[in-house]
Design a binder for this molecule. Structure first.
Ligand code: IMP
Length: 444
């Protein structure tokens, strides 16, 4: 089972980092295929904590290949800082490969991201202001600068001139004198090129070689299905496709190379930034979930919006990704609630019930969640390692999720530690079996 895709099944921040990290230990390669440093993982290893934004977390294991695929947008300053930080903590970064075709975030992308948000005022998207949207816009407009351009000074200069000139005009109302000097920028990016050169590669070919050799390759998505630019809550979305389908285009492989697609969802819902969120709780319960779950952004530190689990959205994500399994994270955060609610349908402004995610934005913006009430539990789940260790009500909750989302639960998170997980039979069946399968670290 060489190719497994890990995607967020909600609005991002589902805990994909920890799951990828668990699987990576027994995999051969970890690959990113979209997004940029708008994502962020915190990996806890014993006493040590790692925060990674661009480099796949597999880098923490010696000898793994880590790939930043062509679909990722790279801020080279951030990437180099991350590499230096890892080296300073004696992590071998020799296994990192960066696609020569990946696009680069340029200083004007950062300025444009902020200017765009300022222009939108109260209608702003709430972006991470990392330049992600403007970089993908330039890619589509064929004005992008790619990693390979860093290795050719003449081309780099030419491309920066072509891309930068139109930006001056659009930035004028927001920045009197934007610091966009051709010479300084070219010099800065050439230095980045020298620093990154040893890692730049034809990663599509590398992917093919890995998969052809039967290696276990974990393709790690950033953000989540509801932030997908095509299928998410547009325009309150990111500028890439966090869906499993993008794992192919974003790395240069075909769909037949993918064997498993795991969707990660928290036991409740969170969202950062603006946009519809039918099961949102703007009350004490929402505050309780936020403080118990530590729901503040890794990348931006922003407080996340919180709400009950949304099964309408989860079903939608399950379908969009063709999920083969679900991972439910942070189940422990729900301990202590007498009753737990879940959104099982939406109610429109005119009283119409929606079992499926409404395709029309106007309809979606006016829906509220129709909630089903389930039993809560009081017990701390931190020490549970099998389904039978869980209180009955927690098991019922997982069964309810699987039944209503259409995907079996493979793995459950019951605390921040690496060992605080429960492998279900479905999870073990999927991943174990072949010697050296990525799940061979799962308890038998
Ligand atoms: P951008 O990706 O910075 O352009 O932001 C667009 C939207 O996606 C905003 O609502 C962000 O809060 C959201 N977003 C981007 N990255 C993440 C993430 O890693 N987790 C959660 N939300 C994200």
């Amino acid at each position: 089972m060489p190719g497994i895709v890990i995607v967020g099944a909600q609005w991002g921040d589902e805990g994909k980092g920890k799951i990828t990290d668990l699987l990576a230990e027994h995999g051969d390669a970890v690959v990113r295929f979209q997004g940029g440093n708008n994502a962020g993982h915190t990996i806890v290893r014993g006493e040590e904590e790692w925060k990674l934004h661009l480099i796949p977390s597999g880098i923490l294991y010696p000898g793994k290949t880590c790939v930043i695929g062509n679909g990722v947008v790279i801020d080279p300053r951030v990437l180099i800082e991350e590499l230096d930080g890892l080296r300073a903590r004696r992590v071998d970064v020799g296994g990192l490969r960066i696609s020569a075709n990946a696009h680069l975030i340029m200083p004007y992308h950062l300025l444009l991201d902020s200017a765009g948000e300022t222009r939108l005022g109260s209608n702003k998207i709430g972006t991470t202001r990392r330049g992600i949207g403007p970089c993908y816009a330039d890619k589509a407009a064929r004005l992008g600068i790619r990693v390979q351009d860093l290795l050719d000074e003449k081309i780099l200069k030419k491309k920066i001139v072509a891309a930068m000139e139109p930006k001056r005009l659009s930035l004028r109302p927001y920045e009197k004198d934007p610091a966009l000097d051709l010479h300084t920028m070219t010099e800065e990016y050439l230095v980045y090129g020298h620093r990154l050169e040893q890692h730049i590669a034809d990663t599509s070919k590398l992917m093919w070689e890995l998969l052809d050799a039967g290696k276990n390759v974990i393709l790690e998505g950033a953000q989540g299905a509801m932030l997908d630019i095509d299928h998410g809550t547009y325009p309150f979305v990111t500028s890439s496709n966090p869906l499993s389908g993008a794992a192919c285009v974003g790395t240069g492989i075909g769909p037949k190379a993918i064997d498993e697609v795991w969707g990660i969802a928290k036991a409740y819902t969170t969202r950062v930034g603006a946009g519809p969120f039918p099961s949102e709780l703007e009350d004490d319960t929402g505050e309780q979930i936020r403080s118990r779950g530590g729901e503040f952004g890794t990348t931006t530190g922003r407080a996340r919006r919180t709400g009950w689990l949304d099964l309408v959205a989860l079903r939608y994500a399950s379908r969009l990704n063709t999920l083969t399994a679900l991972v439910i994270t942070k189940l422990d955060v729900l301990s202590g609630f007498d009753r737990i609610q879940v959104a099982t349908s939406y109610r429109g402004a005119d009283g119409a019930e929606f079992e499926d995610f409404p395709y029309h934005q106007t309809v979606l913006h006016h829906t509220t969640a129709s909630l089903t009430e389930l039993r809560g539990w009081k017990e701390d789940l931190g020490e549970c390692r099998t389904l039978s260790d869980l209180p009955d009500a927690a098991r019922e909750y997982l069964d309810f999720i699987a039944e209503h989302s259409g995907a079996p639960v493979a793995l459950v998170g019951v605390g921040p530690g690496r060992d605080q997980v429960i492998w279900t039979e479905a999870g073990r069946d999927t991943l174990i079996g072949e010697a050296g399968g990525v799940g061979s670290g799962a308890p038998a």
